[in-house]
Design a binder for this molecule. Structure first.
Ligand SMILES: [Zn+2]
Ligand SMILES: [Zn+2]
Length: 133
């Protein structure tokens, strides 16, 4: 049990050091470099478990693999439509809608879509945004 706790701490810490909202596979690659004894299935299982417990976020972004996020404070995300890069953006939680269509609301996620800085440059869209409006 102590070993499990230690593995969980290592995986949590490594996720928190990655600010690119990695997939489970990306977390595994990073963990494996530093701790070759931690198996792929352990990394996947511990990430899913921590997401269930609310220690980390699992981002179900449209059209891509689940991404994980060590930052649990309320924030929005922006995803690049070309390369899939995900970054944090500030976001103010909205008031609960008066009509919830009978649903019990549990969570609200905001995902903006656009072009990341590298893809903007590659596309020649590197002019300042205000000049394009
Ligand atoms: Zn991009
Ligand atoms: Zn985030």
């Amino acid at each position: 049990m102590a070993r499990n706790t230690l593995q969980k701490e290592i995986i949590h810490q490594m996720l928190c050091e990655m600010h690119n909202h990695p997939t489970a596979a990306m977390v595994y690659d990073r963990v494996h470099q530093a701790h070759p004894t931690i198996s792929r299935s352990t990394v996947y299982r511990v990430l899913a478990q921590m997401a269930e417990e609310g220690i980390i976020l699992r981002l179900g972004l449209a059209g891509s693999d689940s991404r994980y996020d060590g930052k649990t404070s309320p924030h929005g995300h922006v995803r690049c439509r070309v390369c899939g890069a995900v970054a944090d953006v500030s976001w103010t939680p909205m008031a609960e809608p008066a009509d919830t269509a009978g649903f019990l609301l549990e969570d609200c996620a905001v995902e903006y879509r656009g072009l990341c800085p590298a893809c903007r440059q590659a596309a020649g869209e590197d002019r300042p945004a205000e000049r394009r409006l």
